[in-house]
Design a binder for this molecule. Structure first.
Ligand code: HEC
Ligand code: HEC
Length: 341
């Protein structure tokens, strides 16, 4: 049989390769099948729909977001932008990855229409809704201070903190003692971490902190206490509303010139309490965003005290403070708050 087939082929002057290509004609290109192809010129037509599906998935879009579905060839604003994006993707890969398909729509968009510019702590977003008749920031601050009640001379909270060990990154839970006193003094100690402030100098272990790092620890130590929380902000404005869990919150945004950062304060619309502080610090290649969440406010002898504090630094596991008891005291020992305390 084999021999016969070869004979037939030879007899008719056909080589097997020719038979193969006759059965499978060269595939049409996109521009031979579709009407207005600019980006996919020379690409097999069968690539077109998979490419469309890929772009849809990478942006969380449906076809109709980019297309007039009565006429896929019609120009739309997003089709024009998309053609530039396809160009951008090809340029990056050609220039930096030897033409390999390394960077794609997904690398930047990650399933969303707008790529995120900076790593964001879980649950934090800058996309807030507008408020029709916004209250003034001053009114929100005043309501928060009133809702906080008395500011005690000293307050000691105890419980546990779950956070990554600084040497091993392993998440561990240790008892925590958190002491605060008037004048912005505070001290926290848990496991391998000890930090505080004597009201002027903020420290972590034996090191004194400055600038942004000092500001972050100061916020952990005293942000929820009205009398110092709003000092040092430059011309705060109400920038919108959003939700934290089920609760409506109003967002105040302001630069803090001393640290060159921008702060966002989230006030619960019902209780007026401060429930989140987000800090954004610029670097030349991107912003560093951290967040502190205050929840589970309890009334401790006329003072509202957050019994849960979650600190989320840019990258890494959060520091979760769960306080089980809080005690108001007449005073606290000064030496506690000194550097290295
Ligand atoms: C992110 C925007 C975007 C999405 C989403 C998208 N497309 Fe497209 N589509 C384009 C662009 C841009 C072109 C033109 C490509 C070119 O210039 O080669 C195109 C071209 C087409 C064409 C060729 C039209 C013609 O005749 O010229 C078809 C068909 C098509 N898309 C179908 C779809 C389908 C089906 C989906 C959903 C699975 C989809 N597209 C999703 C941007 C998109
Ligand atoms: C290197 C990063 C990067 C890559 C790769 C990339 N994009 Fe974009 N894209 C952006 C940025 C940044 C913007 C503009 C910022 C914004 O809209 O929030 C943008 C905007 C867009 C928009 C406009 C959104 C709007 O509502 O105005 C579309 C559509 C889009 N990209 C589609 C794509 C598609 C499709 C791909 C893959 C072919 C792609 N992008 C690849 C970064 C990228």
């Amino acid at each position: 049989m084999k021999r016969l087939a070869r004979l037939v082929c030879l007899a008719f002057g056909i080589i097997p390769i020719a038979i193969y290509s006759l059965q499978d004609p060269p595939e049409k290109t996109a521009e031979q099948v579709y009407k207005d192809v600019q980006s996919f010129k020379g690409v097999p037509a069968s690539d077109m729909i998979p490419a469309m599906q890929f772009m849809s998935a990478a942006l969380g879009y449906q076809c109709r977001h980019c297309h007039d579905t009565n006429d896929y060839a019609a120009d739309t604003h997003l089709k024009t932008t998309t053609r530039e994006m396809i160009e951008l993707q090809r340029d990056i890969n050609k220039r930096y990855f030897k033409g390999r398909l390394e960077v794609t729509c997904m690398s930047c968009h990650n399933g969303k229409e707008h790529p995120t510019r900076q790593p964001m702590p879980t649950g934090v977003t800058f996309n807030h809704d507008e408020i029709d008749n916004p209250p003034t920031p001053e009114a929100l601050f005043a309501k928060q201070i009133a809702a906080m009640g008395k500011v005690p001379a000293a307050l000691v909270r105890t419980g546990s903190m779950t956070s990554p060990n600084l040497q091993t990154d392993k998440v561990e839970t240790h008892p925590i003692v958190f002491t605060q006193a008037e004048g912005g003094k505070f001290r926290a100690e848990s496991g391998d971490k000890k930090f505080g402030s004597d009201g002027k100098t903020t420290w972590f272990g034996a090191n004194t902190l400055s600038g942004e790092s000092a500001a972050v620890f100061d916020r952990i130590g005293r942000a929820w206490r009205g009398e110092t929380a709003f000092a040092g902000l430059d011309q705060p404005i109400v920038t919108g509303k959003t939700k934290i869990g089920k609760n409506d919150v109003i967002v105040v945004t302001a630069p803090r010139p001393a640290t060159g950062s921008t702060e966002q304060l989230y006030f619960d619309a019902k209780t007026h309490l401060l429930t989140r502080v987000v800090n954004l610090k610029r670097s030349t290649i991107g912003n560093v965003v951290s967040a502190i969440d205050f929840s589970d406010y309890k009334d401790i002898r006329g003072t509202r005290v957050p019994m849960k504090v979650v600190v989320t630094f840019a990258g890494g596991e959060p520091w979760i403070m769960d306080f089980r008891s809080a005690k108001v005291e007449a005073s606290a020992q000064e030496s506690l708050f000194q550097v290295g305390g």
